[in-house]
Each structure stands twice: as structure tokens, then as C-alpha cells.
Design a protein around this ligand. Structure first.
Ligand SMILES: O=C(O)CCC(=O)C(=O)O
Ligand SMILES: [Fe+2]
Length: 288
């Protein structure tokens, strides 16, 4: 595929299942046509990779706003972004710098356990370990995951809604976002089921909306073995390596991703190194 070249931004699709690299200065506003091309590329390629352009938080908020309004976390359900976190959430393996972020994260789509999950998000690497110390983040193409799903399994999940675990419900220990809003425990937080096959609101394309946090299927209360069988098969299917783009972070990198048709996961990393990543959340709509 050829790169789109306009005034100052070029966008080149990655040689893989998803993603595109954006080249050109984003530290100040490019032309309207450039911005339109970025928004269009977000829809086409699902993950935009901007390399090595250190940017302050206000600039990250400006860039994120091209893709949609900022997500405002409800104050009655525990989730990243509630309590005293500002418009930009700082993730770090040092508590004095940001919210707890030390361990590997399994494949997930952000806020699948909320009534209205994110449209997308932006991550900006302020300080990251050297690539050899781990900490890659990887995004997978869930349109492709659905296309490759065994038709018999697809038939079994057609019309079924999955229920995601809210990892922020409970005592919140180690997460750094406890507080007055933490009124739910893992047992009392409400379930918000969403379809396992969802349709992208901008493109109309279907994708598999399943992550490791989906632990229950609505309507399967009397069929726990069948439920476990489906979830087990989907876990294997959704996490296959060929579905992923693996990002090796360098300081100043920014990734903007479509959370509606991708999963992501973070590899473990050597805690001897500081990792500080700034995050902006873009509001979505209810999955259908
Ligand atoms: O720290 C990372 O690389 C990814 C964290 C994550 O899952 C997120 O910000 O949604
Ligand atoms: Fe995430």
C-alpha cells in the first residue's frame, strides 16, 4: 500500500495485521487535511504509532480530542480515571509518580466491564525501560480474530453477551485508586454485559469483543461447563501471536488505538527501570 502524503504528515500502514506509522511533526497542529487523514487512518488501521516526539500533557489532550471527547469516569463505579486522577492518567511502576503499573497485563480491551467502554485511548511514553528489559505493549486485530473464528464456535456465540471482570472493584490494593468511590467489592459491582460479536459504529464491520477479563456469559448460568468450554476456546483463539502488532517503546512514542476492535496486553519488565507512561481516554458509545 502507498503512504498518504499531505502537507506534513505521512501515514504508512505497518506490514502486519493492524497499525500504521505516522511520520511528521505532531507537537503543533498540522493542516486540517493532515488531521482528517489521521482520523481516517485510525478507523482503517486501528492503531497509530507516532515515534519519538516528546510532548507535554496539554498537547496529548489536544491530539486525543481529534478522535473524540475525553472519557469522564462515572464516580459510582470504580475504574481508572476516577478519584483524584486528572485528565491525563500517569501509569508508573513508582507510586510517587503514577498509578501502579508493575506487572504484565493480560490481553484486554479497556473498560469492557463498564456500561460504556472507551472508544480509544492514547499512551505516551515519558520514560521507558530499554527494549531488552521488557515492557512491550501489543495490540491485536479483533476483526481478523472474528474472521478466523471457527464457524461452529461463531454460531455458538452469536447473540451472546459476555461479562467482564472489573479489576478495580475490591480493595484496590496496589492500584492507587482507592478512595471514597471504592464502594463496590468484586462481588457487588454490577455486571454490564456486552455482545461478544460487536459491530464497529464507524465502519459497520464486526469484530470479536472478547478479552481475558470476560469470565461469564449471560444466560449460561445453568450451563457452566458449556460456558467454560466457550470461554476457554475464545481465550486461545483471541491471543494468537499473528493477530498482534508488538510495540517496542522508545521515549517520546505515542500510540493512539481504537479500543472497539482491538485488544492489547503489556509484557512484564525489569523493575530496576522506571516506566512512566501518560494516558488519555477517549469516550465511546455502548457496544452493539
Ligand atoms: O502500560 C501499558 O503499556 C499498557 C497499559 C494499558 O493497558 C492501558 O493503558 O490501557
Ligand atoms: Fe489497557
Amino acid at each position: 500500500m502507498t503512504a498518504v502524503v499531505t502537507n506534513r504528515i505521512s501515514i504508512e500502514p505497518l506490514d502486519g495485521p493492524l497499525g500504521a506509522v505516522v511520520r511528521g511533526d505532531l507537537t503543533s497542529d498540522p493542516s486540517g487535511e493532515d488531521i482528517w487523514n489521521l482520523v481516517d487512518a485510525f478507523t482503517r488501521y486501528h492503531v497509530l504509532v507516532v515515534k519519538e516526539q516528546p510532548m507535554p500533557d496539554p498537547r496529548l489532550l489536544e491530539i486525543a480530542a481529534w478522535f473524540g471527547p475525553q472519557y469522564v469516569a462515572p464516580d459510582n463505579i470504580p475504574v481508572l480515571g476516577t478519584d483524584d486522577q486528572g485528565a491525563v492518567t500517569v501509569l508508573s511502576n513508582r507510586d510517587d509518580i503514577g498509578v501502579g503499573s508493575r506487572v504484565a497485563l493480560p490481553f484486554h480491551t479497556d473498560f469492557q466491564f463498564m456500561p460504556v467502554p472507551l472508544k480509544g485511548a492514547l499512551l505516551h511514553a515519558v520514560e521507558v525501560p530499554p527494549v531488552s528489559a521488557g515492557g512491550n505493549t501489543s495490540w491485536s486485530n479483533m476483526h481478523l480474530a472474528l474472521e478466523e473464528l471457527d464457524p461452529a464456535l461463531r454460531a455458538r456465540i452469536e447473540g451472546v453477551r459476555g461479562i467482564g471482570i472489573n479489576p478495580y472493584a475490591g480493595d484496590g490494593k496496589g492500584h492507587g485508586f482507592t478512595g471514597d468511590n471504592q464502594k463496590y467489592t468484586a462481588e457487588t459491582v454490577p455486571d454490564f454485559p456486552h455482545p461478544l460479536i460487536r459491530r464497529h459504529p464507524d465502519t459497520g464491520r464486526e469484530s470479536l469483543y472478547f478479552s481475558l477479563f470476560v469470565h461469564k456469559l449471560e444466560g449460561f448460568e445453568d450451563r457452566p461447563e458449556e460456558e467454560a468450554d466457550i470461554i476457554g476456546q475464545l481465550r486461545e483463539h483471541a491471543d494468537q501471536d499473528h493477530l498482534y502488532y508488538h510495540h517496542e517503546w522508545t521515549q517520546g512514542d505515542t500510540i493512539i488505538w481504537d479500543n472497539r476492535c482491538t485488544n492489547h496486553k503489556r509484557a512484564e519488565f525489569d523493575q530496576a527501570f522506571l516506566r512512566e507512561v501518560h494516558r488519555v481516554q477517549i469516550a465511546g458509545t455502548r457496544p452493539f
